[in-house]
Design a protein around this ligand. Structure first.
Ligand SMILES: Nc1ncnc2c1ncn2[C@@H]1O[C@H](COP(=O)(O)OP(=O)(O)OP(=O)(O)O)[C@@H](O)[C@H]1O
Ligand SMILES: [Mg+2]
Length: 308
């Protein structure tokens, strides 16, 4: 973690008071229990500036002053937030607070929504992804997305995976595509279950298998960042555990931002947690700190179940 560099004012960020800073835990492994100590919050409900440091030393994506409007409605308000390389960042907060909206900014999926306007800077490799000359097709390969409801194409399992590498010219022959399909399915932990039925429709798999197929499809184009919007909310505990294991494995080679309503899930998989409320990024910190010693009253209310 680094203090905000001078060139990056992080204008909404409110550093915690010294007493709270002393509670900063060591960088966590992501394996925490959700146990909240009462009366640890140090910042009142009325303060809307971000508590904690939204910056990391080596971001895969750096967002600065990001606003999103749906018509006149201000859905995301001047959010600064980094997604670190090889980290799993959890985004939590009550329904309607803007988690999906913010996630969609990161690969320009909000472009597809009529009346949606995004301002601010989102920088990857020194380039603002909102720039006019940015081609969203390669951007969405670099920043892949997995949705709440698995959405395989109505094609074979093989085609579901091979489609992206083919259009992005990552393979020059059928056998190279075969290798990518096999490797992606292995990385997504699905190969053993589907190796003998690659030509059958992806839509014929179970919900948990379809979600792993969608993850395999996203990683087949070698993304640097994977965005996951409640990827396990329709899955049983066994499929959920499989996806969580997979996320922890994938983190070795990419960055993940996951929106979840499950505090247990955020605590199990993530390194840092961002808490949103009514479009503001209220608190950001190491997951263990956010859950065990939240600094903002709104975070404490949410993680202790007072609202949400
Ligand atoms: N396509 C849209 N058109 C207009 N308003 C929208 C649209 N999508 C979201 N909003 C509004 O923007 C705000 C943030 O919505 P968003 O879906 O990002 O919340 P969320 O935190 O993901 O909620 P949930 O936990 O229920 O998925 C809400 O007030 C919502 O009504
Ligand atoms: Mg949502």
């Amino acid at each position: 973690m680094q203090a905000n560099p001078a060139s990056d004012p992080g204008r909404k960020t409110l550093m915690p008071p010294p007493a709270a800073r002393k509670q900063e835990p060591a960088k966590g492994s992501g394996e925490h229990s959700v146990e909240v100590m009462r009366h640890t919050a140090t910042v009142s409900r009325d303060v809307r500036a971000t508590v904690g440091d939204p910056r990391v030393e080596d971001p895969a994506i750096r967002s600065s002053g990001v606003n999103v409007f749906y018509g006149d409605a201000h859905a995301i308000k001047a959010v600064d937030l980094d997604i670190g390389k090889n980290e799993i960042l959890a985004m939590i907060g009550p329904s309607g607070c803007g988690k999906s909206t913010f996630l969609r900014c990161l690969n320009r999926m909000n472009d597809t929504i009529d009346g949606c306007r995004v301002t601010g800077e989102i920088v990857m490799d020194g380039e603002n992804i909102n720039g006019r000359d940015i081609d969203v097709v390669p951007l969405r390969a670099r920043v892949g997305m997995v949705f709440q409801k698995p959405n395989p194409f109505p094609k074979s399992i093989w085609e579901n995976i091979a489609f992206g590498p083919r259009i992005h010219r990552l393979a020059t022959s059928k056998s190279e595509l075969d290798d990518i399909v096999e490797d992606s399915l292995k990385r997504a932990g699905l190969w053993k279950e589907v190796a003998d039925r690659l030509q059958l429709p992806g839509t014929g798999l179970s919900g948990g298998q379809q979600q792993r197929l969608c993850i395999a499809r996203a990683i087949a184009v070698q993304p640097e960042v994977l965005l996951m919007d409640e990827p396990c909310s329709a899955l049983d505990p066994i499929s959920t555990a499989r996806i969580e294991e997979l996320m922890i494995e994938l983190r070795e080679s990419l960055s993940i931002a996951i929106v979840t309503h499950s505090m247990q899930q955020a605590a199990r998989v993530s390194t840092r947690t961002a808490f949103f409320h009514l479009g503001d990024l209220i608190e950001i910190g190491q997951t263990k700190q956010v859950f065990s010693a939240p600094r903002h009253q709104l975070t404490e209310d949410y993680v202790t179940g007072v609202f949400g």
